[in-house]
Design a protein around this ligand. Structure first.
Ligand code: KIV
Length: 299
């Protein structure tokens, strides 16, 4: 295989995004875009719209599978969705989120599970929540040739230790810890760091301090990029959106209106029309009508 370029997937309209592309974007001060996707059609549309990175987030537990929080989703469920996304995406960098308890119990198990995302689902990187306490794991993942996206601040897998989904980094001590976490991730060589639910001033300070690209969600405008949950921007979640969510469409209304119209058309006989039906070829039709007429006469 040629070593001069990363192989483009067939039919791709833009160059393949790699972890290097993301790091170069920070150096050029070009904003980085990232959205979640969990299935083939949405991943395809996100990729074709030119988004840099697609995260198969464990938020799928809540958004797609209807769980109350992200904790119950399993490696096998995440693999299933990552495979669907992989089949859809030609250019964007595909990142799989490591679910709760897939890397918390031992480094060994974390590496084994991460390797499954690469080997069995085609992920190009994995995301793990936590800063300093994940450094050993991150080194081991790098030894296994797996790029890592860090995630600090409001880390939803720490729901119970945080005592709810609360903005983090509000006290000086908490800011110091966040900074230590960010610097540790930076030194460990992660290719990007998600900063979630922290004051914009703190996110700006971290972003200026580390050479790793930061990707914010509820962390203000000074991060190197932004990530949002696709279903949030499409108004396809049923909860009150967080303050940082901007809704760019109303997929809930679109689906609801289409389904209601279908129901109405079926019940009123308006669907299907003659144009929406298949018809017999001419040569069969005459014989078919003769048989049908005979059958009617025998009744
Ligand atoms: O699971 C997820 O969707 C996430 C992000 C939004 C960062 O972790």
């Amino acid at each position: 295989m040629s070593i001069t370029s990363f192989p483009e997937r067939q039919g791709s309209a833009r160059p393949k995004v790699t972890t290097t592309t993301i790091q170069e974007k920070k150096q050029r001060r070009e904003p980085i875009t990232c959205l979640t996707a969990y299935d083939y059609p949405s991943a395809r549309l996100v990729d074709e719209a030119g988004i840099d990175m697609i995260l198969v987030g464990d938020s799928l537990a809540m958004v797609v599978l209807g769980y109350e929080n992200t904790l119950p989703v399993t490696v096998d469920e995440m693999l299933h969705h990552t495979r669907a996304v992989r089949r859809a995406v030609k250019s964007a960098l595909v990142i799989a989120d490591m679910p709760y308890a897939s890397y918390h119990l031992s480094v060994e198990e974390g590496v084994r599970n991460a390797a499954r995302f690469v080997k069995e689902a085609g992920a190009e990187a994995v995301k793990v929540e936590g800063g300093e306490k994940r450094i050993d794991l991150i080194h081991r993942l790098h030894d296994a040739e797996i790029p890592v996206m860090g995630h600090i601040g409001l880390t939803p897998q720490s729901l119970h230790t945080m005592g709810g989904y609360k903005v983090q980094g509000k006290s000086l001590a908490a800011i110091e810890q966040l900074m230590r976490d960010a610097v540790a991730l930076d030194r460990a060589g992660v290719f990007s760091i998600v900063l979630e639910g922290i004051p914009c001033e703190v996110a700006a300070m971290i972003t200026a301090e580390v050479s790793t690209p930061t990707v914010g969600i509820g962390a203000g405008a000074d991060c190197d990029g932004q990530v949002l949950v696709l279903h949030d921007i499409l108004k396809l979640t049923f909860a009150q959106p967080a303050k940082f969510v901007r809704q760019y469409g109303d997929a809930a209304a679109l689906i609801s209106n289409a389904v209601t119209a279908f129901k109405h058309d079926v019940e009123s006989g308006a669907y299907p029309s003659d144009e929406e039906s298949y018809h017999l070829p001419k040569e069969t039709k005459a014989a078919f009508e003769t048989i049908a007429a005979r059958k009617r006469a025998m009744r």
